[in-house]
Unconditional design. Structure first.
Length: 237
């Protein structure tokens, strides 16, 4: 669902659905340094003003990433965060555009939190209305999947499975967004001067816009790429 492991240079594909607090401090620091290094590698060819589409490693990587399950919306999300973080550091932090970006980002975050809370409420309601309480002890989602597969008619099973996948997708995307933002902030912190931060911001913005363009094109060519369920159903055909 989350890039089939192809996004391992962007985030930890294995623990994307885990609570970040479950990762030990030493392991978290190790991961952070790795992702900072990878981001700097992606940005390095762009420092002289070269366009992302003219860098073979970037263009080939983006083309590959949008083809994996959930890849197009994930790459778009990463690009969106890159552009947001770049705007906040390109000499606009205290101007009207910087303020607008801060307010817009806050609004998007509130909306996403609301979507997750609503999704969790729907999941809880589905469990309570459809399944005996003893089925969800010790692992609610596992019990829901197991019971759905064994006892529910195919049409209802598909609805339940879609809701479950959508719920995991929302949670995972929120974690990816937060992680990507944290890595951007940590990478900017490695820069020793305001000029170096400005240069990184310009490269980050260019890369983010390129990722968004490639992802939008991939989704337009195949709208089912926009959702994880669409990718899952295509894999089974």
């Amino acid at each position: 669902m989350f890039g089939a492991g192809e996004f391992s240079r962007f985030f930890d594909c294995v623990s994307v659905l885990k609570d970040p607090s479950e990762v030990g401090d030493k392991e978290l620091e190790k991961q952070t340094q790795y992702f900072i290094h990878e981001l700097l590698k992606r940005l390095s060819p762009l420092a002289s003003g070269v366009l992302p589409e003219d860098v073979l490693t970037i263009s080939e990587s983006a083309a590959r990433l949008v083809e994996v399950p959930g890849g197009a919306p994930l790459l778009y999300l990463i690009g969106e965060v890159y552009v947001q973080q770049a705007k906040l550091r390109m000499g606009r932090l205290y101007g009207a555009e910087g303020l607008f970006e801060r307010v817009s980002s806050a609004g998007r975050s509130v909306k996403k939190v609301y979507e997750i809370v609503r999704s969790q409420a729907e999941m809880d309601q589905m469990r309570e209305s459809q399944f005996p309480s003893n089925l969800v002890e010790g692992g609610a989602d596992d019990a829901l999947v197991s019971h759905t597969e064994q006892s529910v008619d195919p049409k209802t099973q598909e609805v339940h499975l879609k809701k479950l996948i959508d719920h995991w997708w929302l949670l995972g995307k929120m974690n990816v967004e937060c992680h990507t933002r944290d890595i951007c902030v940590a990478t900017f912190a490695t820069k020793s001067s305001a000029i170096a931060c400005q240069e990184m911001a310009r490269s980050l913005s260019a890369l983010g816009l390129y990722y968004q363009k490639v992802s939008t094109k991939a989704i337009a060519l195949n709208p089912e790429n926009e959702t994880p369920l669409g990718n899952f159903l295509n894999e089974d055909d």
